[in-house]
Structure formats: structure tokens, C-alpha cells
Design a protein around this ligand. Structure first.
Ligand code: ATP
Length: 747
């Protein structure tokens, strides 16, 4: 790899696009010299803009230090204008690297590194025309073995700066010089990655710590929720079975009882109608009995008719006797005709009359006795009357007539008596019939009444039972609406499967309800929250695992890089030390020089107080890390000093050059720009330096800005820089090898 071309436009005094091309260059390899001399010299008067070329190289390689770039602001690198030329809006430098040998493990045959800066502050880096970051440029350069900040462009002040720097600052320089910078960049990136990964891991771990207990809690709640759903489903099943059975049973009971009640009501009604009918009938009969002619009256009437009939018959017989007596009357017969019984009765009456006479006291008693005496006399006369024959004829007729009349009367009396008897037996028959109907009615009535009472009782019982079932039905309906969801209620009531065997499911239902109560209410949103949290937890866990993995790998890489760095550094350092001695004795014509490494443990460097304030991890880290410094010892021949501070300016410059040359040789950069490095050298040392440069140029391309003739003479191409009164640097090139060849031809 070598620098093929440099394009500068708008950068500092190079207002116009200026191109510096360098001859083809190939490193000498074992036994093979380089194909072209690798030295280009840039010459010109003071202030013409030579160092601006070195600045341009620095700048394009990513220099950030304004001081190194000899400016105060970043835009100071843009052409600021002159009396004759206006200032420009941007600066651009492009570095063309030929990499046909594909060195540095870089696959591109040409690498163009470009940097642009606009006045508004926007800047960009491009590698092969693709925009990149500064770190990409730095990595590429480190890979290609550039020491952009140090020795790829060695400025006027920098020569001494190596000596003036502290041992630790010097280490920085050596890091680039030993070629471990690329590993250091990678290591820093790895360390940075470790820090950010650790920070991320800490953050994720904190989140996980925060989220994990919540997830556990949610997990438990979710399990509970699932258990709850299971129990709820079981409970629904049990309730469905239990309530639908009860529901169907009560419905069936209701139907059966209603039917029974209706039946009983119908029977009761019929019985009631019958009872009413019987009672009506009884009432009528009783009324009829009450209204029937009095039996005694009929009997009396019959008795009266009988006694009248017998009286009349008696009289008829008396008259008939009288008539017979009249017809055949003799005194004896006459006497015989006297009614003895009547006479006896009259004698009794007379006896009682006589008794009353003996007892009579008052006139009134006498009066009554007189009346009674007359009646007795009349009766006795009637009994003892004796009739004359004429009188008898008359009497006969009279008696016959009377007898005839009496017989008539007797007939009607007989008729009357038989009528009365008939009426009486009719009445008796009627009464007997009525009584027996009443009895039978009363019996039926009684039976019906009993049946009615029984039906009524039965009906009441059924109604009570019905009311009880209705209440149970109502209670059940309320219980169902309280216990079951609307959907389940419908299902319970709609289930039409046969009721089947009654199972006592209540203990199981109670158990399920108890279990649900024990689980308690759980927000159904838990499920959603659980999956979101689980998702997040899983995501974080995976991330944490990935980060741990990455961290592990990065730590491993970092450690490996540490080992590489140490190994490479030590190896390069030994080479540099060797070269330093060599070049030092060459430049000084003898003398002694050395490089010493100082390792300082960072933990030991800390104050006790500071060390105590660290945690174990930090202490460990510091115990393992070392600060390395590099001490330069130089004793020119014949002198005793070894402290570089005691060297003269020229001696210091020579010592620096020896070190720079040693570095360049030990770890050749693709090209090195030397900006008046040889300024302080006397002629003899200039020649020595030129000889060294020539040697080194077999492996490294040099672009040297110089006023030194000896150096110029080593160059294969010479660029002259001038600046006119427009403040713009201009370039003239002289291909010395070509010129020499042309001169030889003309000779
Ligand atoms: P010497 O031989 O004395 O070291 P030199 O040739 O190296 O000189 P430089 O330092 O490269 O000179 O150039 C300095 C010149 O560049 C100055 O004249 C300065 O005015 C000019 N210059 C620096 N920055 C700018 C800028 N931004 N715009 C225009 N000109 C600039």
C-alpha cells in the first residue's frame, strides 16, 4: 500500500484543486529492492503552504486536534480568502491509496479516503465514496498500520514532542508505533461494548427483578383464575343438573297437583250439587209432612163417625124393639119392655140425687135440685110410660117413620165412618211413604255430605300441597336467578331430558362454592396482564441471556485482544529499541541509548482512602490493570548524561529522529510525511539522516517537506510550492528521475 495521489481543494492556502501524485512504489522484499524510490520532496519558500500539505494529510486521516492543525476553529482549515480571492465555502482533501498488494487485510485495490467540511460546520468522511463514521476511518487506518496522530505525519514540533512527553504520553505514541493501535481501538470498542452491555444488563436485570415477582404473582393468580374457571364450569354443570332436576320435578308436581285439584274441584262441585239437591228435596218433604192433614184429627173424625154410627144403630135397634113391642104388646110384655138398665141408671141418678138433697144448704142448691128432680121425673115417666092401643097405632107409625129416618141417617153415618176410615188409612199410608223417603234421603244426604267433606278435605290438602309446591317453585325460581347466570337459567329451565334419579348434588355444589369463596374474586383482566407481562418477561429474559452471552464473548475478545496487544507491543517494542540503538549510534557516531518500560499497577497508585472506597469488582479490575510508561535514555558518545532533558536542541532532534526512524523501521506505515524533521540538523547529520531515510524508503514511502539539500537529493520527485500575491498556494512538480534521465540523454 502506498500513497498514490493527494487532492486538495479549498483547504487552507490551497484554494484551487491541487493534485499531488506520487510515483509507483513497492516495498522491497527479501532480496528484492523497491521498484521505485519512495521519497517525494516538497520544497518552497517559507509561508508558501508546504506545511499546509502535511496538515491536509493529517486532516484527511481524521485529525481532530485544532492545535495540531494549527487552527482555532475547525473552519480555519477552509480557504479564508485573500485580497484577490474570495473565501471558499468548503474544504476537501482526498487521499488515494494504492492497495494492489492488498495489504493490511483490506480487500480493496484502491482506497480513497475523503474528508469534507462546510462552513456551516457539517463535515463528512467517505471511504471509496461511501459516507462513513470517523471510527471507520480510524479502524481502516489502524488496520493499514497508519499512526495518524503521531508518526504518519511528523510535524516540526512533534520531533521534540516525543522527548518532551511524559513516559505515559509517550506510550500512546508507541501504541501506534507498535501497530497495536488497531487492536486497542477494537479493545476499546469491546470495553465500551462491555460497559454498555453491562449497563443494559443491569437495566434489564433491574426490570426483570421488578417484573419477576409481579409475574409470579400473576402466574399464581392466573392459576387461580384457571382453577376458578374449572370450578365454575363444574359448578355450572352441578347447578344445571341439580336445578333442572328440581325445576322439572316442581313443574311436574305443579302440573300433577293442579290436575288433581281440578279433578277434586269437579268432584266436589258434583257432590255439592247433589247435597244441595238432597237438602232441597228433604226440605220439600219436610214441608209436605208439615202441611199434611193432621192424623189425630182424621182419627178423631173417624172415631166420632163410628160413635155416631153406633149411637144411631143403638137408637135404630131401640126403635125396632119398640116397634116390635108395640105390635105384640101385653102388660107383661109391656113390663118386660121396660128398659132395666136405663132404670138402674136412673136409680143410680136418683140415689146420687138423694145424697145431694141431704147435702143441699143454699137456695141455689135447692133450685138446682128441683131442676134435676124434674129431669129425673121426666126420664122415669118416659121409661115407665104405658101406651094405649090407639096411642100405640099412632106410635107405631111415628116410630116407623122415625126408624126409617134413622136408618137413613145410619147409612149416611156409616158412609161417613168408612170415608173417615179411608181418609185415615190414606193419611197413614202417605205418612209412612213420606217418612221412608225422608229416611232414605237423609241417608243419601249424609253419605253425600260425608263425601263432600272428604272431597273438600282432600281438595284442601291438595291446595295446601299445591301452594306449598308453588312457593317452592317460586323460591326455586328466585334461587336459580340468584345462583345462576342468565344463560344458565335459560338452560336450567329449558332442559327437557327426563328428570331421572334424584341425586343429592347439594353437598358438591356447596363444596364448589366454598372452593370458589376460598379462591376469592379475581380480576378477569389478569389473564391479559399475565400474557403481556409474560411476553415482556420472556423478551427481557432472552435479551438478558443474549446480553450475558454477548458480554461473555466480548469479555473473551477483550481478553484475547489484551493478550495480542501485549504480545505485539512487546515484540514491536523490542524491535524499536533495537532500531533506536542502531540509529542513535549511527546518527551520533557512537553513544548509548535505551528504552525502558515502566509498569505501574493502577491499584497501587491509588491513595489508601480511594482504594478503600472501591468495591471488590472495581478493586479487582484495577489490580489487573497497569499503566505503562516509556522512559528514553540517551547518552551521546563521550558524554555521561543519560537524561534526555540535558541534551542540546540538535542532540534532542537526533535522538527523536533515531526513535522515529526505529519506529518506522519496526512497523512501517504505508507512508510517512516528514515536515522539516531535519531542520535542526547540521550538514554532517543531514547527510547521515539522508542515508537513513534512503534505507528506510525501501520499505516506507516518504513525503518529506524540507529545506535540506541532502534530503532533497534522495527524492525521486520534487514538488515546488509557491504563493503569489493572491494568497493561493500553487504547485510545480519536477520528476527528478525523469529529469535525470532526460539530462543523461542530452549529455
Ligand atoms: P515554512 O517554510 O516557513 O514552514 P510553509 O511553506 O510551511 O512555511 P505554511 O505554514 O504551509 O508555510 O503556510 C502558511 C501560509 O498558509 C500562510 O501564509 C497562511 O496565511 C496561509 N494559510 C493558512 N491557513 C489559511 C487559510 N485558511 N486560508 C488561506 N490561507 C491560509
Amino acid at each position: 500500500m502506498y500513497l498514490e495521489k493527494l487532492e486538495i481543494q479549498g483547504f487552507k492556502s490551497f484554494a484551487h484543486k491541487t493534485t499531488l501524485t506520487f510515483p509507483a512504489f513497492a516495498k522491497a522484499s527479501a532480496g528484492k529492492p523497491s521498484v521505485a524510490a519512495g521519497i517525494a520532496a516538497i520544497v518552497g519558500p517559507n509561508g508558501s503552504g508546504k506545511s499546509n500539505i502535511a496538515d491536509a494529510v493529517r486532516w484527511v486521516l481524521g485529525e481532530q486536534s485544532l492545535k495540531t492543525l494549527r487552527g482555532k476553529k475547525s473552519e480555519d482549515v477552509i480557504f479564508s480568502g485573500s485580497g484577490k480571492k474570495a473565501r471558499l465555502g468548503f474544504a476537501e482533501v482526498a487521499l488515494y491509496l494504492n492497495n494492489e498488494d492488498l495489504s493490511g487485510g483490506i480487500d480493496y485495490k484502491e482506497i480513497i479516503i475523503k474528508r469534507r467540511l462546510f462552513r456551516d460546520g457539517t463535515s463528512e468522511y467517505l471511504i471509496n465514496n461511501s459516507k462513513v463514521r470517523l471510527t471507520d476511518v480510524q479502524l481502516l487506518l489502524a488496520q493499514a498500520n497508519f499512526g495518524h496522530r503521531t508518526y504518519s505525519v511528523i510535524g516540526q514540533g512533534m520531533v521534540d514532542a516525543i522527548l518532551a512527553a511524559s513516559p505515559f504520553e509517550r506510550k500512546e505514541f508507541f501504541d501506534e508505533a507498535t501497530g497495536v493501535k488497531q487492536y486497542q481501538i477494537k479493545r476499546e470498542q469491546a470495553l465500551h461494548k462491555i460497559v454498555t452491555t453491562e449497563a443494559n444488563l443491569t437495566q434489564i436485570s433491574a426490570l426483570l427483578r421488578e417484573i419477576t415477582p409481579r409475574l409470579r404473582q400473576l402466574e399464581r393468580q392466573k392459576e387461580k383464575l384457571e382453577k376458578r374457571s374449572q370450578i365454575e364450569a363444574k359448578l355450572r354443570g352441578l347447578q344445571l343438573e341439580h336445578y333442572s332436576f328440581l325445576w322439572r320435578k316442581t313443574e311436574a308436581d305443579l302440573k300433577r297437583l293442579a290436575q288433581k285439584r281440578n279433578e277434586l274441584a269437579a268432584r266436589h262441585n258434583a257432590a255439592k250439587i247433589e247435597v244441595d239437591r238432597l237438602s232441597g228435596r228433604l226440605e220439600i218433604l219436610e214441608k209436605e209432612q208439615k202441611n199434611a192433614p193432621a192424623f189425630e184429627a182424621l182419627q178423631k173424625k173417624y172415631q166420632e163417625a163410628l160413635s155416631r154410627k153406633s149411637e144411631i144403630s143403638f137408637e135404630v135397634r131401640g126403635l125396632e124393639k119398640e116397634l116390635v113391642a108395640l105390635t105384640s104388646q101385653t102388660p107383661e110384655r109391656k113390663a118386660a119392655n121396660i128398659d132395666a138398665a136405663a132404670l138402674a141408671r136412673e136409680a143410680k141418678k136418683l140415689s146420687s140425687f138423694l145424697q145431694k138433697v141431704s147435702q143441699a144448704k143454699t137456695a141455689d142448691d135447692w133450685q138446682k135440685l128441683q131442676t134435676e128432680a124434674r129431669a129425673l121425673q121426666t126420664e122415669l115417666e118416659r121409661l115407665l110410660e104405658t101406651k094405649s092401643p090407639e096411642k100405640d097405632g099412632n106410635a107405631k107409625e111415628k116410630i116407623s117413620k122415625h126408624l126409617e129416618a134413622l136408618k137413613q141417617t145410619l147409612l149416611s153415618a156409616s158412609q161417613e165412618a168408612s170415608q173417615a176410615e179411608q181418609a185415615l188409612s190414606e193419611a197413614r199410608r202417605k205418612e209412612q211413604g213420606a217418612t221412608s223417603e225422608v229416611f232414605s234421603l237423609q241417608k243419601s244426604y249424609q253419605i253425600k255430605q260425608q263425601e263432600l267433606a272428604r272431597l273438600s278435605n282432600e281438595k284442601n290438602q291438595v291446595e295446601v300441597e299445591l301452594a306449598r309446591v308453588e312457593t317452592r317453585h317460586e323460591d326455586l325460581s328466585q334461587e336459580i336467578s340468584k345462583e345462576a347466570s342468565e344463560y344458565l337459567q335459560k338452560e336450567i329451565k329449558a332442559t327437557s331430558s327426563p328428570a331421572g334419579e334424584a341425586k343429592d348434588l347439594w353437598p358438591q355444589i356447596a363444596r364448589a362454592k366454598h372452593d370458589l369463596e376460598m379462591i376469592g374474586g379475581i380480576d378477569p383482566e389478569i389473564s391479559q396482564e399475565y400474557s403481556t407481562t409474560k411476553e415482556r418477561h420472556d423478551f427481557l429474559s432472552t435479551q438478558a441471556a443474549d446480553l450475558k452471552n454477548a458480554l461473555e464473548k466480548t469479555k473473551q475478545v477483550e481478553q484475547e485482544l489484551g493478550v495480542i496487544i501485549e504480545r505485539e507491543f512487546n515484540s514491536a517494542f523490542t524491535d524499536i529499541e533495537k532500531g533506536f540503538n542502531e540509529f542513535f549510534t549511527l546518527l551520533f557516531g557512537g553513544g548509548k541509548s535505551s528504552l525502558e518500560l515502566h509498569k505501574e499497577n493502577e491499584l497501587e497508585d491509588l491513595s489508601e482512602e480511594m482504594a478503600l472506597s472501591l468495591n471488590e469488582e472495581e478493586r479487582d479490575k484495577l489490580a489487573r490493570s497497569f499503566r505503562i510508561g516509556i522512559e528514553i535514555k540517551a547518552t551521546p558518545s563521550g558524554k555521561r548524561v543519560s537524561n534526555i532533558n540535558m541534551l542540546s536542541g540538535g542532540e534532542r532532534a537526533l535522538t527523536s529522529i533515531a526513535l522515529i526512524c526505529a519506529i518506522i523501521r519496526a512497523n512501517p506505515s504505508p507512508f510517512v510525511v516528514l515536515d522539516e524533521v531535519d531542520a535542526a540538523l547540521d550538514e554532517a547529520n543531514s547527510l547521515r539522516f539522508a542515508a537513513i531515510l534512503e534505507k528506510l524508503s525501501r520499505h516506507t514511502q516518504f513525503i518529506t517537506i524540507t529545506h535540506n539539500r541532502a534530503t532533497m537529493e534522495q527524492a525521486s520527485i520534487l514538488y515546488g510550492v509557491t504563493m503569489g500575491d493572491d494568497g493561493v498556494s500553487k504547485l510545480l512538480s519536477v520528476d527528478l528521475e525523469k529529469a535525470v534521465r532526460t539530462a543523461d540523454l542530452h549529455r
